[in-house]
Design a protein around this ligand. Sequence first.
Ligand code: TGC
Ligand code: FAD
Length: 392
Amino acid sequence: MYQDRFQYHDYYLVEELLTDEHRLIRETVRAFVKKEVTPIIEDYAQRAEFPRQLIKGLAEVGSFGPYIPVEYGGQGLDQISYGIIMQELERGDSGIRSTASVQSSLVMYPIYTFGSEEQRLKYLPKLATGDWMGAFGLTEPNHGSDPGSMVTHFKDMGDHYLLNGSKMWISNAPFCDVAVVWAKDETGTVRGLIVERGMAGFSTPETHGKWSLRASATGELVFDNVKVPKENLLPNVKGLKGPLSCLNSARYGIAWGALGAALDCYDTALRYAGERIQFGKPIASFQLQQKKLAEMITEITKAQLLVWRLGVLKNENRATPAQISMAKRNNVALALEVARDSRQILGGMGITGEYPIMRHMMNLESVVTYEGTHDIHLLITGLDITGINAFV
Ligand code: TGC
Ligand code: FAD
C-alpha cells in the first residue's frame, strides 16, 4: 500500500505569518488528505474515476464554501483559510481540489453573492454539507477563452425560461445536482441560471479519454428546451462580470492549490535524491541534482510569499483581478516546472504510480489551461500594466 511520507517545507518560515486558527485548519485538512486521499487516489486516477465517497469528509473538513457565512452553512473563515484548504487538498490531487474549488467559488460564491435570499437558503446549506454537488457552466465547445461570445441562450416564456445550448469541459458535471449556468437572454446579456438535475431536457454526458485530472469527473451540460423556473435566475448580476467575478475567487484558490502539488513533488524528489545511490553516492550529492532541488525550493518559497500577501489583500478586499491572474499564472507554471524536474530526479521510477509526481504533472496540464490559460493571464497582466488590450 502507498505510504504517504509527505513533509511540509517552509523555508522562509511563512507559517509564522499565519494565525493559530490557520495552522489548525492546515493540520485538519492535511490529516484528512493523508488518511483518506493519498492512499486511494492513484488507483482512482488510473481508473479515471472520481472517488465520490470522499465528498462527506471533504465537507466535514470545511472544503465547501469555507468563507461563506455560518448562517448559510459555511464556516465564515477568511481568505487565507480558504487558500490553505485548497493547498492541502491539491497536495493530494488537483482533481480533489477542483471539486472543492467548483463547489465553493463557482457555485456557492455566485449563489451567495448574486442570489436572492430564497436561493441562498435553498441551496447553500445543502452545498456546504455535500448533500448537493454543483457545477459551473461557462465554457462552450466553440467559446473557451472568449466566453463573451457564448451562444447558450434563454427565452422568457411568461411563466418560465426556456434554455437551449451546451457547455463543455465542466468539472463535476456527470454527478452534479445543480449547475450555475451562464447564458444570454433575448437582449444578448449574460445572466446566471440555477439548473437542477431532473429538469426535462437537461443532461450531463461524461467526457472520457482524459490523460489529465483523471480522478475528477468532467462532462458536458446539454440544454434541450429546458424549462427553468423564473425563481432560478440569479437576480443580482448582469453581464460577463458575473462569471468573471466567480473566476477571481477560484483562480485565487488555484494559486494556493498548485503550490500543494509543487510541494508534494519537491518533497518526494528531495527524499528520493537522498536515498537513491548511483556511482556509490546518493544522487543528491551531484551538483546537477542539487541545482534542480535548490531552484525548486527557491521558486516554491517565492510563491508561498506571493499567495500569503495576496491572501492579506483579499481579506482586506483590495486584491485586484490582475493581481490574482499573476498569482494563478505564476504558481501553476512553477508547479509544472517543479513536477517536470522532480520527475527527472526519480529517473524511471518517476513515470510510475508508485510516486505521485507523474499524476501531479499530468493534472497540472489541466490546471494551467482552465480558469484562464497561461497566455490569457499574461495578457491580463499586459493590459493592466500598459493599458493596451492585446486580446483582439
Ligand atoms: P471584458 O470586456 O474585458 O470584460 C467584460 C466585463 O467583465 C468585467 N471583468 C471582470 N469582472 C470581474 N472580474 C474579472 N476578472 C473581470 N474581467 C473583466 C469587465 O470590467 C467588463 O465589465 P462591464 O461592466 O464593463 O461589462 O471581457 P472580454 O470579453 O474582453 O474577455 C476578457 C477575458 C479574456 C480576460 C476573460 O473573458 C477571460 O478571463 N477569459 C478566460 C476564460 C476563463 O477563464 N474561463 C474559465 C471557465 S471556468 C473553469 O475553467 C473552471 S475549472 C474549475 C476547476 O475544475 O477547478
Ligand atoms: P481556447 O480558448 O481555444 O485556446 C486555445 C489556445 O489559444 C490557448 O493556448 C490560448 O491561450 C490561446 N488563445 C486564445 N485566445 C487567445 C488570445 N486572444 N491571444 C493569444 N492566445 C490566445 N470550464 C467551465 O466553464 N467550467 C468548468 O468546470 C471547467 N472545468 C474544466 C476542467 C478541465 C479538465 C478542463 C481541461 C477545462 C475546464 N473548463 C471548464 C474549461 C476551461 O476553462 C477552458 O478549457 C479554458 O478556458 C480554455 O478554453 P479552450 O479550451 O476553449 O481553449
